[in-house]
Design a protein around this ligand. Structure first.
Ligand code: NAG
Ligand code: NAG
Ligand code: NAG
Ligand code: NAG
Ligand code: NAG
Length: 391
């Protein structure tokens, strides 16, 4: 049993003074969804699982797991005296989601379980929302050239041969349509092409994308609690095997979202939105922003977080995972920042375990490179403010 979250549940202490929680901004990734790719069948001769929902939709399991998160967050934030008992006003709790079905439905499930029968409004744009849309904004050809070079340089230095081998075995890749029809038979040597177009998401065509899409399906099959013989056709059974193939996915996301040049450009509208919440006195006590892994990746990079690792999770930005920015205060008007990655372990997800004080999600404290941590993961709110104004 992990005891750490119990400490978090009692109020924070600094220099033996009790702190109280003043404000929370939750940047969340939607929960379990169906695989995004519509071309999976080209990468393996084996049958891919059938899902009841359309590609990229939240599954009932995702709804359940996000509901558990909602229940838990209400319990925690009420316990910390930040939220009142019962239904909150929009000054207490404000929820804003991207327009994709999976983000809207995740936000809905979170609030319906956090605040049952309160009929909380999930705010969202009417069409594509520029705040969440992870696209390239800079239209200059210099930027496009720089972005392409950045991505290409990253791709030159990959060491993924073992991972590609493992995935070729799992997929039976030499028998796939990709190999037989398109003559792309070697994941390690076939060409990857970086694509950078202002107004769209950075993209990669080639084996990295094929692999990332297959791995995405395996991860969702696992969370969805398919029988292990139906997760990657029964060929992923050890942590080492998972780690090996997930390395490809990790690098794929780093190439498109985790370089400073791209991350800063892509995340700018969202960071500006978040900065307004952090700096404006009239903002809600708690804000839930429901987006995508792209949003978390780019915000983490652009704000300058130190590397972290999430225990008991295979993913680096797990579905349903939340970066939770907390403003804590002592009673002498000193404010502090604490940031935790709050997420469900792979096992909590697969087993559909309800969260509670006794079975909390995992809290992993994150650190910013430019906000010096003093004690208990806390840095000065003033330092955070300076950092935000420089972004
Ligand atoms: C819920 O709120 C919406 C508007 O926010 C309103 O139209 C609807 O009637 C409400 N439903 C209930 C059951 O209160
Ligand atoms: C666009 O990118 C160029 C090249 O990196 C840079 O000089 C310029 O400042 C960028 N423009 C904006 C608005 O960020
Ligand atoms: C990966 O394998 C390919 C051949 O399949 C080889 O050309 C390349 O040098 C290998 N890369 C590394 C880093 O070992
Ligand atoms: C982003 O890249 C850095 C290395 O440049 C790495 O340490 C970090 O883990 C990456 N972040 C994510 C979320 O993958
Ligand atoms: C500090 O102030 C808050 C808000 O005014 C109050 O709820 C809390 O009891 C105070 N804590 C201490 C230790 O005095």
């Amino acid at each position: 049993m992990d005891k750490k979250p119990l400490l978090i549940l009692s109020a924070l202490i600094l220099n033996s003074e009790q702190l109280y929680l003043k404000q929370v901004v939750i940047l969340s990734r939607h929960n379990v969804r169906t695989p995004l790719s519509k071309t999976l069948s080209q990468s393996s001769p084996k049958p891919w699982p059938k899902w009841n929902e359309k590609p990229g939709y939240l599954t009932p399991k995702g709804t359940l797991l996000e509901g558990f998160m909602g229940e838990y967050f209400y319990t925690w934030l009420h316990h910390e005296n930040l939220l009142p008992q019962g239904c909150p006003s929009e000054n207490d709790f404000y929820v804003y989601a991207n327009t994709a079905q999976r983000t809207l439905a995740s936000a809905r499930s979170f609030v319906d379980n956090a605040f049952p029968r309160c009929n909380i409004t999930v705010h969202h744009a009417d069409s594509v929302d520029p705040i969440f849309n992870p696209v390239i904004h800079n239209t200059t050809s210099t930027f496009v050239q720089q972005a392409l070079e950045t991505m290409q340089n990253y791709m030159k230095n990959l060491h993924l041969n073992h991972s590609f081998d493992a995935l070729e075995q799992i997929l039976d890749y030499t028998q796939s349509e990709k190999c037989i029809k398109d003559h792309c038979c070697n994941l390690a040597t076939d060409k990857n092409t970086a694509i950078v177009k202002p107004g769209t998401k950075p993209n990669i065509n080639g084996p990295l994308k094929i692999c990332k899409s297959a791995i995405d399906s395996f991860i969702m099959e696992y969370y969805e609690a398919f029988d292990m013989k139906n997760v990657a056709w029964g060929l992923l059974n050890t942590d080492e095997q998972w780690q090996s193939i997930l390395d490809i996915s990790y690098n794929y996301h780093n190439i498109i979202f985790n370089t400073t040049l791209l991350a800063k450009d892509i995340s700018e509208p969202l960071i500006k939105y978040m900065t307004d919440i952090f700096l404006n006195k009239n903002e809600p006590k708690v804000a839930l922003l429901m987006g995508h892994d792209a949003n978390l990746y780019t915000v983490l990079n652009a704000m300058g977080f130190k590397p972290y690792s999430l225990k008991k999770q295979h993913e680096v930005t797990p579905v349903g995972g939340k970066i939770v920015f907390q403003k804590w205060s002592d009673n002498n008007t000193n404010d502090f920042l604490k940031i935790d990655y709050v997420y469900q372990s792979s096992e909590q997800m697969r087993n559909g375990m309800r969260l509670s004080m006794d079975n909390p999600p995992i809290f992993e404290t994150l650190k910013l490179k430019h906000c010096k941590v003093h004690e208990n993961g806390l840095c000065l709110w003033e330092d955070f403010k300076k950092l935000l104004l420089k972004l």
